[in-house]
Design a protein around this ligand. Structure first.
Ligand code: NDP
Ligand code: GDR
Length: 362
């Protein structure tokens, strides 16, 4: 058998839902480097939605291509079945989701369809394709499952109390993974990931919203950043580090569920301070902390308001404090995050500044 054909037969195949998102793009890079053949599901859109993948794009007409994109959607069972049958993946990473917590209050039914039932559709597609013994599935579960604080830090044994339609939909998916693992002996894993960010983070998540705005304020393109709850505390890590953890989970002989977290938590207010410090600006907070009257002013000119609170960004029910205990992942997977909070924030600010200076700040 020619060598190229032999390599193709031995090469592992991964299928990624949500390949166009932040995590999907890092995972694609990671798996291509590990010599996988990578298949991704993309949604039809009236404009290009593959910007995060441009740098790894491969011409589908070339014999050596290892990245393939398929149109699909987690709301379409027959489409998922056909893709699974065609690709016959060794591993599936289910990252596709309506992933914005605030938006999930406005699109609650759709969020349930995609994030909850969508996971079930995918699992059923694997079973119907007869791949339940050979195909491993990673489910993008979330620290939003913990919701209302029951325990600090939160681990695999902390009870769930989701606080949004997003969290509730993800809880359904979590339990489908556990149920199908127990019922059918499938290799299914929940990665309970705490917030992870990067320069590729969507623009409306708080970290990226802040870093984009900070460079615009610094360069005089914007005056004020409007934010919601400045007191929210999150355990923020770097997406690149978390992708490796996902892969490590799937490689385990025995499937299980794992928390990935840094174990450190910071307020939104602190993130604002570190981001401004990166562009040599200092924020002073004035007014009642946590009230709509609180403002962040420029320490060099206190009449200049840099941050205001807009209640429009408050959530009907908030998740106040997330901080994870990654002991199990560290013990069983050898996973530890490599990027500190400060380094993460600074990398994001630097990337947004570079983009802005290159004229790409949208
Ligand atoms: P993004 O929002 O960046 O990406 C979401 C992806 O899902 C995009 O590719 C999006 O496509 C796709 N998608 C949305 N709706 C559908 C649908 N109906 N059918 C198929 N695909 C769809 O999220 P992240 O990369 O940040 O997160 C990846 C996963 O991990 C998500 O499931 C998220 O809920 C979960 N998670 C994320 C955490 C984080 O901190 N980032 C923490 C814990 C869990 P399009 O580009 O077309 O919009
Ligand atoms: P989160 O991320 O809800 O934790 O979900 P997000 O960045 O949206 O919010 C974090 C915290 O910041 C507060 N906040 C604001 N949030 C946004 N988006 N915009 C604002 O202006 C703003 N001001 C304050 C929020 O109230 C919240 O407390 C992310 C997503 O990636 C999920 O998909 C994932 O499951 C969880 O992280 C873990």
């Amino acid at each position: 058998m020619p060598q190229q054909q032999q390599q193709q037969q031995q090469r592992k195949k991964a299928l990624i839902t949500g390949i166009t998102g932040q995590d999907g793009s890092y995972l694609t890079e990671f798996l291509l480097k590990k010599d996988y053949e990578v298949h991704g599901i993309i949604r039809r859109s009236s404009s290009f939605n593959t910007g995060r993948l441009d740098h790894v794009y491969q011409d589908p007409h070339s014999d050596t291509t290892r990245l393939f994109l398929h149109y699909g959607d987690l709301t379409d069972s027959s489409n998922l079945f056909e893709i699974v049958v065609k690709v016959k993946p060794d591993e599936i990473y289910n990252l596709g989701a309506m992933s914005h917590v605030k938006v999930s209050f406005e699109m609650s039914e759709y969020t349930a369809e995609v994030d909850g039932t969508g996971t079930l559709r995918l699992l059923n597609a694997v079973r119907s394709a007869g791949l339940e013994k050979s195909c491993r599935v990673y489910q993008a579960s979330t620290s939003e499952l913990y919701g209302k604080v029951q325990e600090i830090p939160q681990s695999e044994t902390t009870p769930f109390y989701p606080r949004s339609p997003y969290g509730v939909a993800k809880q359904y998916a979590y339990w489908m993974i556990v149920n199908y693992r127990e019922a059918y002996g499938m290799h299914l894993t929940n990665g309970i990931l705490f917030n992870h960010e990067s320069p590729r983070r969507g623009n409306t998540f708080v970290t990226r919203k802040i870093t984009r705005a900070v460079v615009r304020v610094k360069t005089g393109k914007q005056d004020v950043i409007f934010l919601g709850n400045l007191d929210a505390k999150r355990d923020w890590g770097h997406a690149r580090d978390y992708i490796e953890g996902m892969w490590l989970m799937v490689q385990r002989d025995e499937p299980s569920d794992y928390v990935l977290a840094t174990g450190e938590c910071h307020t939104v207010r602190e993130f604002v301070e570190v981001a401004f410090a990166r562009v040599d600006m200092r924020v002073l907070w004035k007014g009642e902390p946590g009230s709509v009257d609180e403002v962040g002013v420029d320490a060099a000119d206190e009449s200049r308001v840099l941050v205001r609170v807009d209640p429009k960004y408050f959530r009907p029910t908030e998740v106040d404090l997330l901080v994870g205990d990654r002991a199990k992942a560290e013990r069983e997977l050898g996973w530890v995050p490599k990027t500190t909070f400060k380094a993460l924030c600074e990398e994001m600010v630097d990337a947004d500044m570079a983009d802005l200076l290159a004229g790409n700040d949208g």
